[in-house]
Design a protein. Structure first.
Length: 280
């Protein structure tokens, strides 16, 4: 069994749609995470622009190259301090939910945002109030997703309110809906405190919500200036042996989507992941 590897489409940037899909398929990749505004800046994809026709046009371009749109990326600040701005981005996400099926996709994905308007690392996100705001926003999105038979994929991260595997489990418990699933990025749960104990961190995540992981993101980490820095897959310290030990057998054919991996690193990263996967 080979790994089912795809990429964020905007990591192959600035190409017309037919060229983009051909280039991704030529690398032997099987799918994408597609952020409309990032991949197609020349097409109006703002709030109110989506339709079955646009979705079908884009979806067909990918399916013609046997590429799956595994995730529609609609990464928003769902707890933006400006309530009007928050309403706008939640409505944008809900529009993605309504048309996801026309793209041939069943998952719309996001992280959980930042309590401040400017997105930056802050431990203010780790307090109870931002968490409760996340629950409120995710509940609204999941209620919409339930109407359309679509999944809301939530990605945790060290700089977000959902910053530990335990917080992710709590969110899943607080919103008891199968239309809520997890986009798991192992690198996102690593910090200066725990990066030397990766196997333990990942095992805990798999125990807490392994059954709810729908998508796996793949990037790598290095330590720079006493901080975690993200780098292309295979160029850092991430313990993919520990990840694939679980993923290979518990989640056969799961979409593994390269992230933060651009040229000239894409082919090398694909080969690295396939080798690690085959050895798992």
């Amino acid at each position: 069994m080979r790994a089912n590897i795809g990429i964020r489409a905007h990591d192959v940037p600035n190409l017309p749609i037919e060229t983009l899909t051909k280039e991704i398929a030529a690398k032997g990749l099987t799918g994408v995470q597609l952020a409309l505004a990032k991949s197609f800046p020349d097409i109006n994809t703002g709030l109110g622009s989506l339709s079955p026709g646009l979705a079908r046009h884009i979806g067909d371009a990918f399916s013609n190259e046997n590429l799956q749109i595994a995730v529609l990326g609609c990464y928003i600040n769902m707890i933006h301090p400006d309530v009007a701005e928050r309403r706008k981005v939640l409505d944008r996400f809900k529009e993605h939910i309504r048309y996801a099926r026309d793209f041939g996709c069943s998952i719309v994905g996001t992280e959980t945002g930042n309590i401040h308007a400017e997105i930056h690392y802050t431990e203010d996100n780790f307090t109870e109030q931002p968490y409760q705001l996340v629950v409120e926003s995710v509940q609204e999105l999941v209620s919409e997703a339930e109407k359309f038979g679509v999944i809301v994929g939530i990605e945790g991260g060290i700089n977000h309110p959902i910053h530990t595997p335990q917080r992710m489990r709590r969110l899943l418990d607080d919103i008891p809906s199968n239309n809520l699933q997890v986009i798991f990025d192992p690198a996102n749960f690593l910090s200066m405190d725990n990066y030397q104990h990766q196997e333990q961190v990942f095992e805990e995540a798999f125990e807490l919500f392994g059954d709810r992981i729908a998508i796996l993101h793949a990037k790598d980490i290095v330590i720079e200036d006493n901080w975690i820095k993200m780098v292309p897959v295979g160029k850092g310290l991430l313990n993919y042996d520990a990840v694939f030990k679980y993923i290979k057998y518990q989640k056969p054919y799961i979409n593994i989507l390269l992230e933060d991996t651009r040229e000239p690193y894409i082919n090398g990263s694909i080969a690295y992941l396939q080798e690690k996967f085959e050895k798992a």
